[in-house]
Design a protein around this ligand. Sequence first.
Ligand SMILES: Nc1ncnc2c1ncn2[C@@H]1O[C@H](COP(=O)(O)OP(=O)(O)OP(=O)(O)O)[C@@H](O)[C@H]1O
Length: 268
Amino acid sequence: MAAIELRNVTKKFATADGGTYTALKDLSLTVEEGQFCAVVGPTGCGKSTTLTLVSGLERPSRGEAFVHGQEVKGIETGTGFVFQQDAVFPWRSVLDNVAAGPIYRGKDRSEATAQARDWLRRVGLSGFEDRFPHQLSGGMRKRVALAQTLINEPRILLMDEPFSALDVQTRAIMSTELLHLWDQTKPAVVFVTHDLEEAIALADKVVVLTAGPGTVKAEFEIDLPRPRVVQEIRFDPRFIELYEQIWEALRAEVAEAYDRTTRTAVAS
Ligand SMILES: Nc1ncnc2c1ncn2[C@@H]1O[C@H](COP(=O)(O)OP(=O)(O)OP(=O)(O)O)[C@@H](O)[C@H]1O
């Protein structure tokens, strides 16, 4: 049984003028247990909307979303999220931020705190337990966000451009760290990104969406060996070969989306 399955999903949104806007059309996607799937596509093609259907934040207008064989009908408890914006509580210490999930789920404080210390060690933040989020760098805050999510041991991990606010070097380091952490608990991952290099470096499978309404244009198995060091894998000849193949599929969609925005800009 697949960890995640979207079966011919269409998602329409109501527009301000009383009409509807089709964000996704007939999209089918399967992510196996323990598989790392990256979703790429031009801006506005429906990548984030795809995640909202898996998480249960939104329901499909047509088609079905399944997690572990069960139809998604609301927000799933076994699902973790990491977004571009950090969802940390600014008024809580790093330790309390990470311990919040287990406490919320009924663990007693001392057990939750011990578990949070362990996760902070795993993400390289031992010694920073008493700091507040504003006293950390962007990369460190991202590590807190990862610990905060992974401590709940989600079987499904949804990531929406989680590293896009980071500088290039920190981003590559965080990506390698993410792979290391993922390897410890192996959730099924859907990782949305604009960055094809990042997608190939991380994933087992890269899914290319069409310019909106988004549907799957092509899927590519990434047969690069693991463990991977994201900073170095891009020099591998197989990486370059995969990049060329996938870019071939993505290029037309990016051009189409760009044309549409410039046409709209000229018309208005
Ligand atoms: N709640 C909503 N109501 C109306 N329209 C929406 C809503 N959510 C998304 N859309 C529209 O659906 C389309 C797809 O949006 P979505 O955010 O999924 O795209 P995306 O591929 O993640 O974009 P980007 O790469 O720019 O982040 C966009 O045109 C967006 O304006």
